[in-house]
Design a protein around this ligand. Sequence first.
Ligand SMILES: C[S@@+](CC[C@H](N)C(=O)[O-])C[C@H]1O[C@@H](n2cnc3c(N)ncnc32)[C@H](O)[C@@H]1O
Length: 233
Amino acid sequence: MLRFDILTVFPEMFESPLSSGVVGKALKNKIIDVRCLDLRDFTSNIHKSVDDYPFGGGGGMILKPEPIFEAVDYLKQDSALKQSVPIILLSPQGSKLDQSKAENLAKNDRIVLICGRYDGVDERVAKHLVTEEVSIGDYVISGGELAAMVLIDALTRLQRNAVGSAESIKDDSHTSGLLQFPQYTRPSVFREWEVPSVLLSGNHGQIKLFRERESIQRTLERRPDLLDGADIN
Ligand SMILES: C[S@@+](CC[C@H](N)C(=O)[O-])C[C@H]1O[C@@H](n2cnc3c(N)ncnc32)[C@H](O)[C@@H]1O
């Protein structure tokens, strides 16, 4: 089982998105476990405030270090957090999440995710607590929660028995380094648009060849940058 411990000021955000589809089933089948810690529970001030003004001025507030360090200390004491468990800060400044990073992270049995908010997180968290900063792309969103959900979904799909057909994961875009071939379902003719006849032929060798060619062609057209690292053989 892969367990995620999430440090957030908005634990309620995780309820609905994680309850459906592949992730919802994986939770039900105990393939993954998701536990949220509310950073406000780890504050010592009467107002339970988790943020403060930045030293040096400038707009925006900064997530304070104390609640984050306290929450990780709690995990260490309460649930024997091992030294080897990745402690990830979601950050637009982190290394970009891609399929190979997802595959590596998916091998863990536990991951701590720290969700930033406001104008970011006190730098001492990145310097002295986290093992890695991960970005979901070169753009800025308002908090780490959605980024954490993206990470959880990508890693959950890679757990054994999480997705109905292991075959379909193997063919996913980016798994082999290429984009996936086009897919069709019934009806075979829709508004006069026909499904490529080879897919209806029952000839598995021809179908495999067709899909491989389509995969390479659309990668070349849409993402030629991927072809450098692709295993086209
Ligand atoms: C508004 S952002 C702060 C961005 C910060 N001022 C900067 O320029 O690096 C608030 C939080 O959202 C999360 N976040 C924003 N964009 C992200 C991205 N592309 N990937 C992962 N997390 C992101 C981070 O946790 C971040 O601390």
